[in-house]
Ligand binder design. Sequence first.
Ligand SMILES: *[C@@H]1O[C@H](CO)[C@@H](O)[C@H](O)[C@H]1NC(C)=O
Ligand SMILES: *[C@@H]1O[C@H](CO)[C@@H](O)[C@H](O)[C@H]1NC(C)=O
Length: 218
Amino acid sequence: MHLFLTFLLFPQAFVLLIVLGQEQKTENEEEKVKIEVVHVPSDCDQKSKRGDLVNAHYDGYLAHNMTKFYCSRSEMHGHPKWFVLGVGQVIKGLDIALMDMCRGEKRKVTIPPSLAYGELGYEDKIPPNATLFFEIELYAISQGPRSVEAFQKMDLDNDKHLSKEEINHYLTEEFKRDGKEDPTKQSMILTDIFHKNDRDGDGFISAREYNVYRHDEL
Ligand SMILES: *[C@@H]1O[C@H](CO)[C@@H](O)[C@H](O)[C@H]1NC(C)=O
Ligand SMILES: *[C@@H]1O[C@H](CO)[C@@H](O)[C@H](O)[C@H]1NC(C)=O
């Protein structure tokens, strides 16, 4: 999966709200996320977009009786969540609801079941066909791991292809920065990255193979 490189390169970003690999079928294409903007800071120089690494707090409620089923403030010791926006690390409705937000912006959003947990629901927390309501606050926006900038940073010779040496160099720096060097693990990660991303098997990860964001230009 294309998400894999993301996960491996940014382990600190792997606090996922909910891992729900399967896509929900959108039975009714008309179903949309309803967004109410509660607060926009006057100072807004950057808006969240697909591929950004964002940091947000959100509380989730079942819309029909406002039972709170999730609170990012009380889970994970109250640390706001970091995740990559728009790539399915959170439910689809949240990926949509958090787009185009300013840092410090607050929203109330209503998410139809087709963009949340659908007919299956989720464990005992979310019943089938549940509409969800979230209160969201966006804390930070930073460059995502699959951005053009990240690619260029790794592409040391600027030939638009990532070699094993280039990625290994990058991993070494990342491991060092996290203070946990582990050559064995690093080599496994490298192998896995190529296994998952080098689709044409030429020994390089091309800009196209790397870049899951169709609108980015390399
Ligand atoms: C709200 O609905 C859920 C699921 O339908 C149920 O489990 C829960 O007990 C309800 N909460 C209240 C306060 O009625
Ligand atoms: C959920 O919605 C679908 C489609 O509207 C319906 O077929 C199904 O019976 C519903 N499931 C439950 C448990 O209500």
